[in-house]
Design a protein around this ligand. Structure first.
Ligand SMILES: C=CC1=C(C)c2cc3[nH]c(cc4nc(cc5[nH]c(cc1n2)c(C)c5CCC(=O)O)C(CCC(=O)O)=C4C)c(C)c3C=C
Ligand SMILES: [Fe+2]
Ligand SMILES: [Fe+2]
Length: 361
């Protein structure tokens, strides 16, 4: 076994704090072949699809990867921009802004990177870059406010896989969720308020979260509860009455039952119940992406209007808004309590002894 490490370590070198933000990942291009690669990696993750491996391998390679890539590529083409995939450029912008913000706190003693769980930039490459830059204390912030095994734990698995191959592990903190973190709740609520100030209010506000199979909830995944908690706290902040908002779940995948109520079914049913205008918000997504721009912004709009709805508005994700970056910086600061970038505390004597033993200076 060859462990990853640095052979050019210098005694007295500054030990930096590393901050790694992550998100899900996105295909490299909106093409069938790129989608096949991306979906192949994503849907092979046992945290995402909890089906016996052999059976799933046959279904994935025999059916899904033959049909879905072409369909998904078409959908991605509708959201692709000159800057590439929205999920990618928003995450890059979040990293850049967070780096500026954290430099106020730690000066040049902090390194900020971003990575994607599937595809590039990979978690392994990002950690490698941070370690090469002298990071000895690492905080990882997956940008999933609500914990789910399929997202948060899967990210942890990938970090752990990197660590099993690493010679010198950093001090490590992992922010597994923040569904009720006051600055996050405030940022989501204030974004809604800003939308109201510009466009007024509608009959209902729908909080739409990405779904997971209902089976995961029944087997102990807290995701469902954490989504409801976020909704409740934002609704309280906004002083909403019970009948003014709803929580729904979108992006169903496969045949089994997922968390309900489904966003699409709800929107098809609301006009008949007298709800003619809705605003949609997706607090579980830190960045606008295929699932918000195309699925909520376009596809579900059609369902609602075809069913007799009159006004349908989508409120964008927090993306690289300053309130979102401030929230991330605060979360990082809360989770680096007691950490300061510092010179490695090696005495001259220790350094001398290490030199005698042949270590690089
Ligand atoms: C926000 C949290 C997310 C959870 C929880 C989640 C679970 C989950 N997703 C799938 C299947 C697919 N998701 C896809 C796209 C996608 N999913 C999330 C986030 C969560 N997924 C995001 C941010 C995105 C968009 C990525 C982008 O490039 O913009 C897709 C791919 C799109 C498609 O082909 O339709 C699939 C497939 C499962 C099975 C699952 C939980 C079990
Ligand atoms: Fe997903
Ligand atoms: Fe619950």
């Amino acid at each position: 076994m060859k462990y990853n490490g640095r052979s050019d370590f210098k005694h007295g070198e500054r030990a930096k704090i590393g901050v790694l933000i992550t998100n899900l990942g996105t295909p490299e291009a909106p093409t069938k072949s790129a989608l096949r690669r991306y979906l192949g990696q994503f849907l092979s993750d046992p945290r995402v699809v909890e089906v016996p491996r052999l059976l799933w391998k046959v279904i994935l390679h025999g059916v899904i990867l033959r049909i879905r890539p072409a369909r998904s590529a078409k959908a991605y083409q509708t959201v692709w921009t000159d800057k590439g995939s929205p999920l990618m450029f928003h995450t890059q912008a979040q990293r850049d802004a967070l780096a500026v913000k954290l430099a106020d706190e730690f000066g040049d003693g902090v390194e900020v990177a971003f990575a994607m769980r599937y595809g590039q930039p990979s978690i392994h490459n990002a950690i490698e870059g941070l370690m090469q830059a002298g990071v000895r204390k690492l905080v990882v912030l997956p940008l999933y406010p609500q914990y789910s095994g399929s997202t948060s734990a899967s990210t942890f698995d990938d970090i752990a896989a990197d660590f099993t191959r690493r010679r010198w592990l950093p001090d490590f903190r992992f922010i597994s969720h923040y569904p009720d973190y006051p600055p996050y709740i405030a940022a989501v609520a204030e974004k809604i308020k800003a939308h109201w100030a510009e466009h007024g209010r509608t009959d209902k506000l729908l909080f739409s979260y990405h779904g997971v199979p209902k089976r995961y909830l029944l087997e102990g995944d807290p995701y469902h509860c954490e989504c409801y908690k976020t909704t409740r706290l934002v609704a309280e902040y906004l002083d909403l009455g019970e009948d003014e908002y709803m929580t729904t779940f979108q992006s169903r995948f496969g045949r089994e039952e997922w968390l309900q109520p489904y966003t699409d079914e709800t929107l098809k049913a609301l006009p008949a119940k007298g709800v003619k205008s809705v605003q949609m918000v997706c607090p579980g997504f830190s960045s606008d992406c295929l699932e918000t721009i195309e699925e909520i912004g376009e596809e579900n709009r059609e369902y609602f209007i075809e069913a007799g709805g009159e006004t349908y508005q989508y409120i964008e994700c927090l993306n690289a808004d300053s309130a979102h970056i401030d929230m991330m910086a605060q979360l990082v600061l809360d989770n680096t309590q007691g950490w300061q970038p510092q010179d490695l505390a090696l005495t001259t004597q220790t350094a001398q002894r290490a030199k005698e033993l042949g270590a690089a200076d």
